[in-house]
Design a protein around this ligand. Sequence first.
Ligand SMILES: Cc1cc2nc3c(=O)[nH]c(=O)nc-3n(C[C@H](O)[C@H](O)[C@H](O)COP(=O)(O)OP(=O)(O)OC[C@H]3O[C@@H](n4cnc5c(N)ncnc54)[C@H](O)[C@@H]3O)c2cc1C
Length: 536
Amino acid sequence: MKHAAAATAVDMLIVGAGFAGLYMLHKARRMGLDALVVEAAPSVGGTWYHNRYPGARVDIQSMEYSFSFDETLQQEWKWSERYAPQAELLRYANHVADRFGLRDGIHLSTRIAGAHFDEAARRWTVRTESGQSWSARFLVMASGPLSSPNLPDFAGLKEFAGPVYHTADWPHEPVDFSGLRVGIVGTGSSAVQAIPQIAQQARELTVFQRTAAYAAPAHNGPLDQEFEARIKADYAGFRARNRRMHGGFGSALPPNPVSALAVSAEAREAAFEQRWKIGGFALLGAFNDLLLNEQSNALAAQFVRDKIRAIVKDPETARRLSPTHTIGCKRLCVDSGYYDTFNRPNVRLVDISRQPIERFTASGLQSGAGHFEFDALVLATGFDAMTGTLMRLDLRGRGGLPIKEKWHAGPLNYLGLTIAGFPNLFNIAGPGSTSAFTNVVVAIEQHVDWIADCIAHLDAHGLATVEATESAEAAWAEHVNAAARRTVFLSCNSWYLGANIPGKPRMFMPLAGGFPQYAERCAQVARNGYEGFVLA
Ligand SMILES: Cc1cc2nc3c(=O)[nH]c(=O)nc-3n(C[C@H](O)[C@H](O)[C@H](O)COP(=O)(O)OP(=O)(O)OC[C@H]3O[C@@H](n4cnc5c(N)ncnc54)[C@H](O)[C@@H]3O)c2cc1C
């Protein structure tokens, strides 16, 4: 990459205008930094701009999945539903951009192609795909943990004559499936939300499933006004209590502090049932060891399988829909009528675990089980999670080291926030942090605040750069591994492990150690003068 003479100098360049980029820009401006955001999409909103498939909505309650940094913002915004739909979350992101006057600092429809660290200048030279460039002291990757859609290399996909939609890249004009035969590949979180909606419209829906999903009912509905008023009466207190929870949410219903193995079968069933009625992630808090102990986990898994058998009338379909892996090992799906959808006469389930897709044809797809015909195809095939977006960039640190080389065996980092050899680069909600196991907005706020404090520390001490040491990074990798080993998360093939992407190194990417412990560790590092970093 050329060091373009025309590169505009800024203090901070932020990649991405999702929740992370918006808050980072606001915070940087409040510190007096000359900061700007570069966003590939023509709008702010990130996840909630791109993922507009039918049924897309948040799986953390709206009153929690929102910014806490401004009391007036959280008081004035009104959510309509318990779990906000995509369109409302996108309106919220736009409201934040307007309310804090951020738009003039955001370059939309502009994709970053790469960034090189210039060791002499101690600055990042950042280049867009169209050749525009900036020279930035700080580079903040707010480019999203789930922002690179995974499109498997299916043979013959181009031959399929009908329209093909990816859930993470959904068209902006309405898609009408009325009267059509639709095929959907994938049964992860997005598919679990989309399938009930598409089934209501399509003439026929064929669901191609590789791995069955655990889903707990959302029991979504209009936001309870009395609940909203109670939270808003002490929103700051509610947020603080949530930040003390393992996943940064759910303080209104803390986990039951006993093991699933310590109670009678009747008491256990009653606890699961009570949590199932509440909905969402409440189920995983029915006991304190469901994600730590395989025996306890198996009891929760059986409870959900029993529910599936009770909901789905055809025993063979119920059997195929019943997952056999540990529950919670992949993020639990939060659904609205998912299992029940398979009782509809226009919906059928095709198991592609043992008879995989061989190829697409002009009229459908061929698997070991036969040829299946449809008019439109939906790919709900997820993301190259946590690392995909950075690995697609020409991102080079000290000595021109490409990130692809640095991360060839897995995403080495320190605190999830920084990378040795990549000074003054911060990665928000990425691998090595608890973000994937949290209410991500809470994780984003903690990251942005930490970055801001770090920069303030540098400036207060007349320092130019902050860079993680390789030894701190190695110790952090062991810390992340050790935390995963204490849980059930290593027991299945998930995107946490990179298992959904052929050839991706198997490394457990998110930190399973709990948000409060993680946040305290980050704070402690700062209190101790940024131990594990070289400040220069
Ligand atoms: C369908 C779906 C549902 C989700 N539901 C929940 C939920 O219920 N609860 C929860 O906690 N989390 C959820 N998440 C996770 C979600 O990603 C985070 O909650 C949060 O929105 C992440 O915000 P972000 O700003 O870090 O990243 P994003 O919102 O992903 O924003 C990143 C932005 O960076 C841009 N970008 C990337 N690369 C470049 C580049 N090279 N140049 C310029 N711009 C670039 C992208 O276009 C994108 O707009 C969900 C994710 C998905 C995909």
